[in-house]
Design a protein around this ligand. Structure first.
Ligand code: ASP
Length: 351
């Protein structure tokens, strides 16, 4: 196993550049200059349809936030993506609870919802929180009431497939309850604590150099009801600074919240790092702080969870990085819509 990014380099540049950031407020190093033709959309690996849609809207000069939200709505509404919206995997009681945040660069405003039940498009509700309230984050019943008062219809978000997955997990939990174990012919095993999660993040820069982003998820499968991940937390699952860039994340939300990951990525870009370097630095930081929580570490003392960052800067440069090799991100660079491999901190051992 090889560390792609050396800790020494990280400390060296990290410390030096932190000082630079304090002097510049982390903001002055990237300038908006002639972005026409530099429209970009970056998303998590499940976001190829989102990047396509968002680029289509950017070409029509739509606001970048509307563009990325329309992009992720496709995935929120897709029953086959079980990490987001309709068909998302439920909490331990079999209820789908959704989290989402949006951030709009030009106004430096944001909105978010957490633990929202029965509404397919939490990202649209998050945008309304931003536009129609003086708040940033609404949760649970309050978020649902707010959505309904804006005309959103309640729907059952649990698909048959997700319900079956949930039931198998429940039946397989312990030998000391009253549930019989799952029938052997049922395909698929039981997800471990670190499996069966996912999210979509999508960030864009338009032809004027304006940035925006959205992150939306059903969070961890079998989470404790009420658990909120990083996706609706501005600074963790998403952050946009219109002078610097935008970043978002997927993966273990708890680690990300504890390190303000997306904020860090944007901050590192503001210090002059490329989007890919910035994502790697944020991951390095998280890998280091996670060493203090032994249950998160593998036998080599490395984080045994997955975490990914995706970023675009003011110049239209973009990148993605992951804790463990093997992930990809989606990008539309104005010409081509494709998936690219994420840079990585640690190389995954072949099994
Ligand atoms: N970040 C999401 C959360 O913690 C889950 C994921 O992306 O896999 O809720």
């Amino acid at each position: 196993m090889k560390d792609k990014y050396s800790r020494r380099d990280f400390l060296k540049t990290g410390v030096g550049l932190s000082a630079a950031a304090m002097l510049t407020g982390g903001k002055s190093l990237l300038k908006a200059e002639g972005n026409e033709g530099k429209m970009r959309v970056v998303s998590s690996g499940n976001g190829l349809r989102a990047t396509e849609k968002a680029m289509e809207l950017l070409r029509q000069k739509k606001d970048p936030l509307d563009a990325v939200i329309a992009g992720v709505n496709i995935v929120e509404e897709d029953p086959n993506d079980r990490s987001v919206g309709y068909g998302g995997l439920p909490n331990e009681e079999g209820v789908v609870e959704l989290d989402s945040s949006v951030m709009h660069g030009p106004t430096h405003n944001g909105g978010a919802v957490a633990s929202l039940r029965n509404i397919k498009n939490p990202s649209k509700v998050a945008k309304l929180v931003m536009e129609r309230t003086d708040h940033v984050l609404l949760v649970g019943k309050g978020a649902l009431k707010f959505a309904k008062s804006h005309g959103f219809k309640e729907e059952d978000l649990l698909t048959e497939r997700s319900r079956e997955t949930w039931l198998r997990r429940k039946e397989g939990l312990s030998e000391r309850d009253f549930w019989f174990p799952p029938q052997p012919e049922v395909e698929g095993g039981f997800a471990s604590f670190f499996e069966y999660h996912g999210t979509i993040n999508c960030c864009a820069i338009d032809s004027m150099g304006n940035l925006a982003g959205v992150t939306t998820t059903s969070g961890f499968f079998f989470k404790i009801p009420g658990r909120v991940g990083d996706s609706p937390i501005i600074g963790a699952g998403l952050y946009v600074d219109n002078d610097i860039g935008a970043a978002g994340s997927t993966g273990r939300g708890e680690a990300n919240i504890l390190n303000c990951g997306s904020f860090q990525v944007v901050n590192f870009m503001g210090m002059g790092n490329s989007p890919e370097e910035a994502c790697l630095k944020a991951l390095e930081q998280i890998a280091n702080t996670s060493k203090r929580l032994p249950h998160l570490l593998n036998d080599d003392g490395r984080p045994q969870f997955g975490l990914n960052f995706y970023a675009i800067n003011k110049k239209g440069e973009y990148g993605g990085a992951t804790m463990w090799s093997g992930s990809r991100y989606a990008v539309h660079d104005g010409k081509e819509n494709t998936r690219k491999p994420c840079a990585y901190l640690f190389e995954r051992k072949r099994r």
